[in-house]
Ligand binder design. Sequence first.
Ligand SMILES: [Fe+2]
Ligand SMILES: [Fe+2]
Length: 446
Amino acid sequence: MRLLFPLLTILLLAPLAQAQGIAEALQECPSTVTGSSQPEQIHLQITDNPNEMVVVWATEQRGDAVVEWSSETGSSSATGDSYCYNHDKAFHMVLMNDLTLGEEVTYRVGDGNVWSSEFTFTPFDPDADRFEWISIADHGLSSEALDVTEAIIADSQAQLVTISGDIAYADGNQNIWDEWFATQQESMASIPWVTAVGNHENEPAVGFEAYEHRFDSDQVIESETFWFSRNIPGVHLIFMSTEHEFTPGSTQYNWLQTDLQSANTPDARTERPFIIVIGHKPMYSSNDYHGSEVELRAALETLYVENGVNLVIAGHDHFYERTWPVNGEKVSDKGGGDVFGQGHEPIHLVIGIGGRSAYEELEEPQPEWSAYRENSSYGWTRLVYDDTTRELEFSHHRIDGTIGDSFTLQESFLSSESEESNALGIAGIDSVFAIIALLGAAFRKK
Ligand SMILES: [Fe+2]
Ligand SMILES: [Fe+2]
């Protein structure tokens, strides 16, 4: 009987005018011909136009896709279609346009009859004075990953989440993707999560197909651009793929070169002082499990150094590590110790601490370029840009609520020499405090 009902539906629907669509559905994903039209896995995606927002969702049954939204400025709606891959879900992608920056939008998605509940988001101004975001990698659905999810949902200040690849760890089991999106929906329906692909997005028998149907960077359904950039306050943010060709002469390399050069002109730097690259595999890692991706470094390090990339945020090795500003494994200037600026070589981060089992074996002794590393904690990282100070603060948060590492990027250059004088200055103040404390103690004794 369970088989008979969908079969009857198919037989009844087949002669209708939509025969072509049905035929396509039967061929591609027969199980999406029937089932619930209730939207699930609702998530926002940003385009390169800040006045736009894409919303993607899934249903069991194929059908129309409608988004209705409203804000103080007025109400609007837009439509799309459904598409699928070899899985029992249909997907929908609709673009919301003409949004007013900084104005809260209330929206719902559905097929015109069956609707989701209402969600809200606020399109951010890429020239805002302050911006806070979360950066994670190697996430999945472990209990530690759920702690990270909870922390993201609870973070009312963050306006964006970036992922440096290895997202759901579906590895061919498409239900894992469904569960991952359902688990993140409370955050992803309100703030955009923007992703670079990792090796686990290239799935057995599926390849990148699941990723391409479920995320969007280019407003094209069923395919994806794997390298793209977005402007956020203070930062030109580049998403690249370590899982596709990246050597000089490749399409990706040429794109990276053009995008980096335009982000590194004096005018562009005045508008946005920092350049950050999000990618999966690390050029620098002192973890024994994978370690530094030497081919990646050989292909791209010079390009990053020449164009003043400030941070490269990677994952893949499941631990936390921050390098000093480095080029060719050499550290020529440690900045202010925990303050760095334009003119310093790139700092590389491995933040594969989003929830997958920690890789605890480390290369010993710790390489000179490695500034800080932690091999058995889980968590996420946070970045805060303040346009009044023109500084970007980075912090590494463990799921137990403590902070493991932090540093500041500032617009102006600060060298190790000024750090020494700084250190002396602080030592001087410390000595004065010590003398006052001693005098106080002596006084109390009397
Ligand atoms: Fe991973
Ligand atoms: Fe990986």
